[in-house]
Design a protein around this ligand. Sequence first.
Ligand SMILES: Nc1nc2c(ncn2[C@@H]2O[C@H](COP(=O)(O)OP(=O)(O)OP(=O)(O)O)[C@@H](O)[C@H]2O)c(=O)[nH]1
Ligand SMILES: [K+]
Ligand SMILES: [Mg+2]
Length: 509
Amino acid sequence: MFNFISGSLRRGPSFIMKGLRGNPSKNRCSSDICDADTIFALSSGHGRCGVAVVRISGPASGLVLSSLAGRTHSRTVPRTARLCNIIDPRSQELLDRGLVLWFPGPRSFTGEDSVEFHIHGGPAVISGVLQALGSLPGVRPAEAGEFTRRAFHAGKLDLTEVEGLGDLIHAETEAQRRQALRQMAGDLGQLYHGWSQRLIRCLAHVEAYIDFSEDELIEDGVLNQVDSSVSQLQKEVERHLQDGRRGERLRGGVQVVIAGKTNAGKSSLLNILCQRPVAIVSPVAGTTRDVVETHLDIRGFPVLLSDTAGLRDTLDSVEREGVRRAMERVEQADLTLAVLDSTHLPKAHQGVPHFLLGHLRTLLPGGEDLEAALRRCLLVINKSDLLTDEQVAKIQTVLSQAEELPPVCLMSCHTGHGLDDFMEALLKQVKTLCGDPLSGSPSLTQARHRAHLQRCVQALAQYHRYRDLDLALAAEGVRLALTSLGRITGKVGPEEILDVIFRDFCIGK
Ligand SMILES: Nc1nc2c(ncn2[C@@H]2O[C@H](COP(=O)(O)OP(=O)(O)OP(=O)(O)O)[C@@H](O)[C@H]2O)c(=O)[nH]1
Ligand SMILES: [K+]
Ligand SMILES: [Mg+2]
């Protein structure tokens, strides 16, 4: 597409470097730490355990190996476990017998020379080995996250991968683990990296146009191509942003609130879901006042479940505060379980759907439209054991025909009738709210990603706004968009732009 460019390199590529500084060979990080130190840490969990792993990284790792394991690294096969006596270099006392692994840089997690000791997990063994390590010159305990930070500095991981690793360590449910693994494997980083590559190309072309179009070295069509690339990218980023917060929700847990009138059986439902008596259940209306929260794993999906005070008008100021908090929770919730006492339904069954809609109207937040609120709701008609079989059958028939209602479950916390159907309905909603972490394009998982992506979209709009007014300002928009993406991955270096210049512009050279 370019007909030029012998002239471009004569002028030099400095035009492209504006605003992009930094060490081109490494990822950048806000605080620069001294990587000359060799660091060590207990990498397995604290407390008594069968095997503990102590990790060492840095230039003195070879010294550590010879001092504690009596072997020089030149005699040690890399990445192969070997049973050794582990000795205290000060006293030559035997500390333990364990496995030793040698990872010469750059093929290690941090990119530096590294060693791992797999030792017995008793506190005295661990502290003996840690003290022996600390006695060596140039070797010190690691700061929190320092191994990962070194891996980032060495370009082994981008920021999204670092976050994925952190999420994996904290993942409590299967779906969270899947999402974290995917992010750690670089799926999200690659998506953003791909977008960055396209923007770099756009920027390079606009800058080149600014610098060389007067010399008629560039075809006119170049800017039109940039226009459509920027528009296309803008659409993709916007689509990625309109994910209903699925990835963030899966990472942080789905907020589910149980709400309804007093004595509907809300706390009974909470206790069934948790399979233990978390909240007090009693026939006294107004038993629950505070919000009672528990974490649940619903078939691999994380849920933060809250039981709330029953809704009623009351003069009791403490209960009123409870009701206020309940309403607040409903407003913030991803999903509301609206619980109702089945004996309160109208006797004329045809009137049930209308009655239920009226009930939901009083319960769900008034600010947004009811339809949107209904999508985030599951109706639970409790105490079915107090109805006759005939009544249950009639209500179920009426409900199955009521299309305007959210999913409804007729059940009993006392007998467990309808509980399986309720669990299925709940799982379905939770799954929809979290999405499938393995299918489709990877989800953004943090508010930080969202903020930078929103800035990216705004910056791309700046390109369009100034395209015909001031090309330099338009280019600045692309540069800002690029920086926003770079902030997510932690990667934005001039070398990437130089690559494009050399690849695209130096035809035949
Ligand atoms: N028959 C019957 N009684 C139930 C059922 N579920 C709950 N109850 C009873 O209903 C009463 C109220 O139950 P709770 O779970 O305390 O109701 P709640 O909605 O939390 O009440 P508040 O916290 O006061 O708003 C208790 O006596 C429960 O034993 C049910 O499925 N069938
Ligand atoms: K009660
Ligand atoms: Mg209660």
